[in-house]
Design a protein around this ligand. Structure first.
Ligand SMILES: Cc1ncc(COP(=O)(O)O)c(C=O)c1O
Length: 379
């Protein structure tokens, strides 16, 4: 175990709370989502050390076109990237059929989730989300003194929109929906989600995180961008980290009402975009072949893994993304320790008094190797 990890582990083991001695970014970087992760610690992701089935990354990226664009962008490495941000903003706006003022670009969508959570906290009130889901926005909101109201998924591990609608309160500022969801990969019915957004946007800002939408067969039928165009109080977030395979290059964006985005932009850290990430993002947008290849390979590897889970009779919600959540067959801490010893990183979540394994979909070969190792771990 690395000394850094030992330090994080010691700092985090103390209990449910996050220690004050760590910076906010470090607390969240190391943020354990379960008792098992607090006890075991989370291995800092050192390149090449473990097979990474813990962060829903794209094992095939960056694409050839993105790599070429990154190399070419190096000749501009001595220049601030403000103009390039504006170019990408305009390109994305044209693709989405909105004005550039409807787009806010960030250093990954995480920056924008953090900004949204922080704003909700600073303005006072609450954020509402399903649970389990990608929790960064809510973690930030709570750090800035907002209340986090959460609603369990339904029995198919899908967002329970009726229960969420009932949980909206007069001080709810943000209603956060992830579709497809992380950690489950589950997908909401398009029309039900649309109706929900239209109704709820009268009460609060509805934030739909579409980090995995490009994994769907027809993303355009599932996106909520149409509601932004119609003027509803809806924000959609997207990222270049998943299907486009650029997680380490940090580019994401929001599509929302210009006034809302303008307020958020005022709190954004100045100048945190970079030439390489922006160039890679721009080159990736039109790289249909790479996106198709990623989707095809991901679907093959996910099918393989789900068949494995079926053969063991493990329950899971149907995943449309590059991640699957299923009940931990043995003690979560032991599973983390033993999978790591065999060279894999996965995550363990707590939900409804049970432990759950969250496994990201890697290449088919990685999934084959992982299922072999997992058989040994839970034997
Ligand atoms: C639902 C969801 N949103 C946002 C992110 C953050 O992505 P990034 O900051 O790399 O854009 C993730 C990462 O796993 C995610 O699962």
């Amino acid at each position: 175990m690395t000394s850094r990890r030992q330090w994080l582990k010691a700092a985090l083991a103390a209990g449910a709370g996050l220690p004050l001695s760590l910076s906010l970014a470090e607390q969240l970087m190391a943020a354990p989502v379960s008792r098992a992760e607090r006890l075991h610690g989370i291995e800092p992701l050192v390149n090449g050390k473990l097979i990474r089935l813990g962060s829903n990354e794209n094992p095939y990226g960056p694409s050839e076109k993105a790599r070429k664009a990154i190399i070419e962008s190096m000749s501009e490495g001595n220049r601030y990237a403000h103009g390039v941000v504006q170019e990408l903003r305009t390109t994305i706006a044209q693709r989405e059929g909105v004005s550039p003022e409807h787009i806010l670009i960030g250093a990954g969508s995480s920056e924008l989730l953090c900004l949204t959570g922080m704003t909700a906290g600073l303005e006072g009130g609450a954020v509402l989300s399903a649970y389990p889901t990608f929790r960064l926005l809510m973690d930030y909101a709570v750090k800035f003194k907002a209340r986090w109201d959460r609603v369990d998924l339904d029995d198919k591990m899908v967002h329970n929109l009726n229960a969420m609608a009932s949980a909206v309160k007069s001080d709810t500022k943000i209603i956060f929906v992830v579709n497809p969801n992380n950690p489950t990969g589950t997908l909401l019915d398009n029309q039900q989600l649309k109706n929900f957004c239209i109704d709820m946007a009268k009460k609060a800002t509805v934030f739909v995180d579409e980090a995995y939408v490009e994994f769907l067969d027809y993303p355009e039928q599932h996106t909520m961008v149409g509601l932004v165009k119609q003027g509803h109080n809806v924000i959609v977030s997207r990222t270049f980290s998943k299907v486009y395979g650029l997680a380490g290059l940090r580019v994401g964006y929001l599509i929302g009402q210009p006034d809302t985005l303008k307020k958020m932009a005022e709190r954004q850290i100045w100048g945190n975009n970079n030439q390489a990430g922006l160039a890679a993002a721009k080159a990736s947008l039109d790289d249909k072949d790479f996106v198709q290849m990623t989707k095809k390979k991901n679907a093959e590897a996910r099918d393989y893994f789900c068949k494995y889970l079926d053969s063991k009779k493990y329950f899971y919600g149907k995943s449309y993304a590059n991640v699957v959540l299923f009940p931990a067959p043995k003690d979560g801490k032991m599973i983390l320790e033993e999978t790591e010893k065999r060279g894999f990183q996965i995550r363990v979540w707590d939900y409804q008094d049970k432990e759950w394994c969250r496994v990201s979909i890697g290449t088919l070969d990685e999934m084959k190797a992982f299922t072999k190792a997992f058989d040994q771990v839970v034997a």
